[in-house]
Design a protein around this ligand. Structure first.
Ligand SMILES: Nc1nc2c(c(=O)[nH]1)N[C@H]1C(S)=C(S)[C@@H](COP(=O)(O)O)O[C@H]1N2
Ligand SMILES: [Mo]
Length: 500
């Protein structure tokens, strides 16, 4: 018996793994794209990440980190595939077993996820083992001749082409899920609910603040979904049930034909570090959650509305907050004049002014259950606080850290927020000196951020500027530093720069 060269062995492992993934992707494409093996494994991984570690939590919450997870998984898969190949230089068995085991990991991950669907992983495992055995045979001729070399190349070539076709087929099937068409159809029949006007002077863009409204494209995105869930409005239904007198069961048409409200709301993420950018503002149109709760009749003893996304994510929102007459919580279907973008929860999500997204802003909403706090939602199961009111905060947008400026008059500008309470003042402090009042931009509402700027006269040298928001009750934001876990970061934002 000859043994395979290292290069060949590694190639066989990689090709078998690649074919397995491609076929898994293809099979998933016929059903739910989220059952594609690496997506299922990645999803299960996100669910399993241990709570507590702040960095880890941010990684799970964060968007750029999704790419990191995908790249990381690709590297791990490639490394394991090479190991499978190298362990099989003599006998086909060890590598084939290893590849089969990956398939099994996919199956286990898939059944642990709400979308289920072990089939793609089963198919991937079977194809991976088959291709591995086939290439192994082709690669292991008794004597290494030119003919044998060609046969191995030809077999490998076939595998590459087959896997490529399967992969492309899978991708095009997954794209055809109809959400784009559904959004376009919805756009044509959304009732016209004009947004509240944004007064002039609501931002200080020329001085470095963000625009008052964030475009849908720039709106921050945070969720645990590795692949954006694909829900069509035509198929959408929402059941409002649990501790209620009358269950409601609504279609998308039922929803948009109810009494609607348009509101401008600044959404913020509990994982926003001091000075971070996980905060954005948009117009939302939707049905007041309060109307639905009143119609259903909330029973005594009810504590939270547990909302569930199509991908199994859950959030628990206090019922008494949702029932406040002027809270303005919405089941929203429109964002900045368009149907919700797929990434922001199409067709329907919840938004609640004044609460962090993790306790209120469920996207791809499919179920709403009135219940008690004993039922713990996704992030509560992972150590985050039950209640998530947004904390009063402020941020300096300009000058940026380490900027080099001319000494003399310098404009500092930024944002402040205390959703559902409102901002009454922002103060700035230079080099630990006294607090001085900043100029506030025109107020749009208490549920949105408020821009500010201050003109300072600075001598040459290094300077530290800090800012502090004061809310409508007259309470300044706390200076106590706290990380994002378990209920949102606090502390003063500061920027250090140099004047010459
Ligand atoms: N289905 C689903 N909805 C979700 C989440 C999620 O992971 N899955 N994350 C929540 C969190 S933590 C935040 S901050 C907001 C962010 O909404 P956005 O991505 O539209 O900005 O969505 C909330 N809704
Ligand atoms: Mo969040």
């Amino acid at each position: 018996m000859t043994s395979l060269s290292r290069g060949r062995a590694a190639t066989i492992g990689l090709l078998a793994a690649g074919s397995a993934l491609a076929v898994g992707h293809l099979v998933a494409g016929f059903g739910d794209p989220r059952t594609s093996p690496p997506v299922a494994v990645g999803g299960a991984f996100i669910d399993l990440v241990p709570p507590g570690l702040k960095e880890f939590a941010v990684a799970v919450f964060g968007t750029a980190d999704k790419l990191a997870l995908i790249v990381g998984m690709a590297l791990v898969i490639a490394a394991l595939a090479v190991v499978a190949g190298l362990s099989s230089r003599r006998s086909v068995l060890p590598g084939a077993l290893l590849i089969g085991a990956f398939g099994l990991v996919g199956v286990v991950a898939a059944v642990s996820r709400p979308e289920g669907g072990p089939l793609p992983s089963l198919a991937a495992g079977a194809v991976g083992v088959g291709v591995f055995a086939w290439l192994h045979r082709a690669g292991r001729a008794p004597v290494a001749t030119e003919i044998d070399r060609r046969r191995f190349l030809a077999t490998s070539g076939l595998v590459v082409v087959g896997a490529g076709l399967a992969g492309i087929g899978g991708s095009s099937l997954s794209k055809g899920s109809g959400v784009t068409a559904s959004r376009e159809a919805v756009a044509g029949r959304l009732p016209n609910v004009p947004p509240p006007p944004i007064p002039a002077g609501a931002d200080f863009v020329a001085d470095g603040t963000p625009t008052f409204l964030t475009t849908n494209r720039d709106f921050y995105r945070i969720d645990t979904a590795l692949v954006v869930p694909q829900l069509r409005a035509e198929n959408w239904r929402l059941r409002l049930h649990g501790m209620v007198d009358r269950e409601l069961d609504l279609s998308f048409t039922d929803l948009i034909n109810r009494r609607l409200e348009s509101r401008t709301i600044t959404l913020a993420c509990v994982s926003n570090e001091v000075g971070g950018n996980l905060i954005s503002t948009a117009h939302f149109v939707g049905v007041p959650v309060r109307d639905l709760l009143l119609e259903a009749g909330v029973r005594p003893g009810a504590q939270q509305l547990l909302t569930t996304s199509t991908d199994g994510y859950t959030a628990g929102t206090p019922v008494d907050v949702l029932l406040e007459p002027d809270r303005g919580a919405l089941l929203a279907f429109e964002m900045n004049g368009e149907p919700l973008p797929a990434k922001h929860g199409f067709p329907v999500r919840m938004v609640v002014p004044g609460l962090y997204g993790y306790v209120s802003a469920t996207k791809w909403l499919v179920d709403a259950e009135v219940t008690t706090f004993d039922r713990r939602a996704y992030w509560q199961q992972r150590g985050w606080a039950q209640q998530g009111p947004i904390k009063t905060q402020s941020r300096i947008d300009r000058p940026q850290r380490a900027a080099q400026l001319q000494a003399g008059p310098v404009t500092v500008a930024g944002i402040a927020w205390a959703q559902h309470t409102g901002i009454d003042a922002v103060q700035v402090r230079v080099d630990g000196g006294p607090w001085q009042a900043a100029e506030l931009a025109t107020e749009v509402g208490r549920d949105t951020w408020r821009m500010w700027r201050a003109r300072l006269d600075l001598a040459p040298g290094e300077h530290v500027v800090q800012c502090r928001a004061v809310d409508r009750t007259g309470t300044p934001q706390t200076e106590a530093r706290q990380g994002v876990v378990p209920d949102g970061a606090t502390g003063l934002h500061e920027t250090t720069f140099r004047c010459t």
